[in-house]
Design a protein around this ligand. Structure first.
Ligand code: BGC
Length: 285
């Protein structure tokens, strides 16, 4: 008898699904939504009925393209430039959002970056930049979100919660990552930031959760999927044997922000094709 089953990967069939109108009338901010996962989330929220702030720090053109996609879906889009690591810029973004949209119901703390280096050579700039955007940015945006949710309370006509925060974490809040100590530390920090805020404001009917993506096909990890050799190597750590696509995260964000997930609070949801299942043990140990 074989100890391990023979595993020839099955054919990859991508999901086909229409998003139901779960977020009708809600206002959302998605930080870092001019590309990658943020763009996928902004489009998914719009398809589910939300008006969306497209926040960017770099390319205005790309942010405006996303805004056009949101408008084509029939929702309102507001493009706002803000570096999430800067308190004044974050406060200005929330102020403008409340002025133009009236309030905000959903905040997706998505903006994030990598500045990779082996640890011995990591510079203080590489450390500070990653902690500044990935962790301080989530602190600043969450704090403004909580202030607005507390000010406004529950809007019964759109949701039974007073507000929802979704932190974009990573499988690397759990999986250590050599060559990326700054990034892994920022995501580990996001995990307990998220849980602490969730615990502190649960009684106010504010829900705070994280999505932990695995490898998603975006510019941040292009090296890991752009050549057939790199893709094949990546599959060694993905039991489901396909890379994730931005809508995989978008669909999760829609559901998690909606009242279908009303009893989910303070949780990290891994969307990773099984990357956190210790795939090295499939035929080992
Ligand atoms: C990183 C990607 C990486 C993935 C899985 C993400 O958080 O940003 O670069 O491919 O984790 O390792």
């Amino acid at each position: 008898m074989e100890k391990y089953p023979k595993q020839k990967p099955a054919e990859v069939v991508m999901p086909v699904c229409d998003l139901p109108d779960l977020l009708k009338g809600q206002k959302a901010i998605v930080t870092g939504s001019s590309s990658g996962i943020g763009k996928g989330v902004a489009i998914a929220l719009a398809k589910a009925g939300a008006d969306v702030v497209i926040n960017y720090a770099g390319s205005k053109e790309r942010a405006e393209e996303v805004a056009q996609e949101v408008s084509a879906i029939g929702r309102q889009a507001l493009v706002i430039k803000a570096d999430v690591s800067q308190e004044d810029q974050v406060q200005a973004m929330f102020k403008e959002t409340v002025e133009k949209f009236g309030t905000v119901d959903i905040v997706i703390n998505n903006a994030g970056l990598q500045k990779d280096s082996c640890f011995a050579d990591m510079t203080i700039d590489q450390w500070n930049k990653v902690i500044g955007i990935n962790l301080t940015g989530q602190f600043l945006c969450s704090r403004e979100a909580i202030r607005e949710f507390l000010r406004r309370g529950i809007r019964k006509e759109v949701s039974c919660a007073a507000g929802k925060i979704i932190c974009m974490s990573s499988v690397h809040e759990m999986i250590p990552w050599s060559g990326h100590a700054n990034y892994a530390a920022s995501k580990g920090g996001v995990m307990l930031l998220m849980k602490s805020i969730a615990q502190e404001y649960a009684s106010q009917r504010i829900r705070v959760n994280s999505i932990c993506p695995g490898a998603i096909r975006t510019p941040i990890n292009k090296e890991a999927w752009e050549t057939p050799e790199a893709y094949e190597k990546l599959m060694n750590v993905i039991p489901y044997k396909r890379i994730g696509e931005p809508p995989d995260i978008g669909h999760t964000a829609v559901w998690l922000a909606s009242d279908l997930a009303d009893y989910i609070n303070g949780t990290s949801i891994f969307v990773d094709g099984g990357m956190t299942l210790f795939p090295g043990f499939t035929t080992n140990g």
